[in-house]
Design a protein around this ligand. Structure first.
Ligand code: BDP
Length: 717
């Protein structure tokens, strides 16, 4: 072979290997290089004893084989009964012999139906490791967790883990349309190839399910909340069934969005009134039809009477009527209705931030048992920072589930590196004070504050058919982190970042430490260069790409950024205190007081709750104007610092991912600067003040920034 051809071939092979890394997410299974560990691992993993023969157990077995092969270059003998020592035993409780069951009795008492046990035990004086749980999917969770021990180079000596998910429904919400566009999707088109389904099962469906199972996600809503009724027709249900058949083996239930007017659109009825007998019958039959195909169908997610979607109010009924009617339809089959509380109306002159609480709180205790109300983390809409939604903790008799957005609609799309678990953690740790100090949002969500049986966390997916699934290599960490927090809402985001980096890139501490710092700081950086000090919703209109604080011409007042920042010559911010819209009164008294009082209101939320003068003194002694300008600049500087750290990462990882991130950080830097310049020039018109020392001069005029148009920005329908 000529040397040129050789080089070409080599390049091709290494390129595709590198591209595969992008695809493999956090399941890289890199060779374990640490000197002592491979020997320890190999010694403990002489054979794999597989008890049980379900498809799920076979998946678990294959996963272990792959893990051992890739990480340790070994293929332990597979046995179906227990012989010898230093085996890894996998199997669910019912497949275990009585000796093992007795040995693990107290461990089984500690876990719930989906929990797993990983334990070093001694059977007839022989050392073994066992991975078990109450069913096969739990065993699979245990297997992935065991492999993570190896991936993160931790010891396998004296293992003693009993871990259970703290929430029941850990679910992705795909805002995927039937034409495969994805609302607010920045990673290509929808994974679901409706045209080729049901006969063509894309390997991606299997890899998607595997990735989700590895982090404990157990549900997926396939379709957009702005729903199309066609998904409920037999033509599509057949395709949904094919996906459900794939996902089931990985413990993932399929859910669909239900368009409230479906009985009219596909059922030929004249009404969709939830009290109409024909409508009630239609939904009952529809549910029965779905469950006949998909016996473990999860249920429906519903966006009703929100942003123009149809709902019970079109017929003079309310959310309770609508949700309960659907709940009755799926109840005989064990289905659940996830009813969204994301509502606000152009006919309501009230502060938008108050509307969901005002509408939903009075319904407390009125929903059927199988309804869970899905509430966004904040009262407006997935902003870089929002105080927690006042509904959390305020509906003791109603199960509430969290809705986070993993896709970065308001946080720079898939071009900005923003580690969202930091944001999620901040929300989950927030204290609602609804049952005294310590009534955190996490406790509302996992059912420990009020004894609600149904619990859940939803994440609006950032997944598309891009080679690397999420557009930005680091956006994979947000999918991963969401899953880990859904499993355990008390996990620390730093732990998650550490795990993810080790599983995705490298265990080298010289790489981990600095890059972890970037991740941890990235969330505050985006807040600084987009919406510091409690500013919110000042993104450009419609697509939400880039700054647009000047937009004021949209038909609905609350769609205009000017509605949110209220900048004038006297100052800036939305007065939601007693002297303003009194939104603070929707919180428990302790929180209300904290937010209401300028002295105690955290500065990070200042302009969310207060309109303050440009000369207002911040805690660091700066005037508000100077402080705000410095924050914008700090955000830009933080991105620059991230770039500098990243440059040093080159020698630790593959070229392709290194360069991808390098290029993306360059875009992020430019866009951070764009945000900083555009916002400061705009707000300066009101403050009438010079930029303080330390803030770079804007590179363009305000008119230039205002003239920018993005008719084809992604994710905008
Ligand atoms: C907003 C999005 C819009 C969604 C809506 C929702 O801009 O595309 O349909 O939320 O959550 O954030 O229903």
């Amino acid at each position: 072979m000529s040397s040129l051809r050789f080089v070409f071939l080599f390049l091709l092979i290494s390129l595709s290997a590198s591209a595969q890394k992008d695809y493999k997410l956090w399941l890289q299974y890199n060779a374990v290089k640490n000197t002592a560990l491979p020997a320890e691992y190999k010694n403990n993993l002489k054979g794999i004893v597989v008890l049980g023969n379900s498809e799920t157990i076979k998946i678990a077995e294959k996963e272990l084989q792959k893990g051992f092969q890739d990480m340790l270059d070994i293929s332990p003998e597979i046995k179906s009964d227990l012989k010898g020592e230093n085996n890894l035993i996998i199997g669910s409780k019912s497949a275990l012999n009585s000796e093992i069951k007795n040995e693990l009795k107290s461990d089984f008492d500690k876990i719930n139906e989906e929990g797993f046990i990983i334990k070093s035990i001694s059977l007839k004086s022989k050392k073994q490791i066992i991975i078990t749980g109450k069913n096969d999917v739990a065993v699979l969770y245990g297997v992935f967790n065991f492999l993570r021990i190896l991936q993160t180079n931790k010891s396998t000596q004296n293992l003693n883990i009993a871990d259970s998910p703290k929430t029941n429904i850990r679910i992705l919400n795909h805002w995927d349309n039937l034409d495969r566009t994805v609302e607010r999707g920045y990673a290509g088109f929808s994974l679901w190839n409706w045209q080729k389904l049901p006969d063509f099962i894309d390997q991606r469906y299997i890899d998607y399910a595997r990735a989700n199972a590895s982090i404990g996600i157990n549900g997926t809503v396939l379709t957009n909340v702005n729903a199309n009724a066609l998904i409920l027709t037999p033509q599509y249900l057949e395709k949904v069934e094919a996906l459900a058949n794939v996902f089931r083996l990985y413990g993932i239930k399929v859910y669909l969005t239900a368009r409230f007017s479906a009985p009219i659109e596909i059922g030929k009825l004249k009404t969709a009134d939830p009290k109409d007998v024909e409508v009630i019958k239609w939904w009952k039959n529809k549910a029965a039809e779905i469950y006949k195909r998909i016996p473990d169908f999860g249920g429906f997610l519903v966006k009703a009477n929100s942003e123009g979607q149809p709902g019970p109010q079109n017929y003079g009924r309310d959310h309770v009527d609508g949700a309960n009617m659907l709940a009755d339809a799926v109840a005989p089959f064990g289905g659940v209705i996830m009813w969204r509380a994301f509502v606000y109306s152009e006919h309501d002159a009230n502060d938008r931030a108050k509307q969901a609480y005002a509408e939903f709180q009075p319904y407390d205790g009125k929903f059927k048992e199988n309804v869970i109300v899905q509430v966004k983390n904040g009262a407006i809409d997935f902003q870089p920072r929002e105080p927690f939604h006042p509904l959390f903790g305020a509906m003791p008799k109603t199960p509430l589930m969290m809705e986070f957005q993993i896709t970065q609609e308001y946080l720079g799309f898939s071009t900005h590196l923003v580690f969202l678990p930091k944001l999620f953690q901040e929300v989950l740790e927030s204290d609602t004070y609804q049952k005294g100090k310590g009534s955190t949002v996490a406790k509302v969500i996992d059912g420990t504050l009020y004894p609600n049986k149904l619990t859940g966390i939803a994440g609006v997916a950032n997944i598309g058919n891009d080679l690397n699934w999420t557009g930005h290599p680091f956006a994979q960490a947000n999918w991963y982190g969401f899953g880990r927090l859904a499993w355990n809402p008390y996990l620390d985001s730093e732990t998650i970042a550490d795990e993810w980096l080790r599983c995705t890139f490298s265990n080298d501490d010289n790489f981990i430490q600095p890059v972890k710092n970037i991740m941890i700081e990235s969330r505050e950086a985006v807040v600084n260069y987009m919406t510091p000090l409690g500013l919110h919703h000042i993104m450009d209109t419609g697509h939400h790409y880039g700054p647009g604080p000047w937009v004021s011409n949209l038909s609905r007042p609350e769609w205009n950024p000017t509605y949110y920042h209220k900048a004038d010559k006297n100052g800036i911010g939305f007065d939601r205190s007693k002297t303003g819209t009194n939104a603070t009164a929707q919180y428990a008294p302790e929180v209300e007081k904290l937010f209401d009082n300028l002295e105690t209101c955290p500065e990070k939320d200042l302009l969310w709750f207060h309109h303050v003068s440009w000369d207002y003194k911040l805690k660091n002694g700066e005037t508000l104007w100077n402080g705000m300008a410095l924050k914008y600049q700090e955000g830009v500087n933080q991105v620059e610092a991230m770039q500098n750290v990243w440059k040093k990462a080159e020698k630790y990882i593959d070229n392709e991912r290194f360069h991808e991130v390098e290029m993306l950080l360059e875009i992020q830097y430019k866009e951070a600067k764009w945000w900083c310049d555009a916002c400061l020039l705009y707000f300066q018109q009101f403050s009438g003040k010079e930029l303080p020392a330390g803030v770079e001069k804007p590179t363009q005029t305000l008119d230039y920034f205002k003239s920018l148009k993005f008719p084809f920005a992604p994710g905008n329908g």
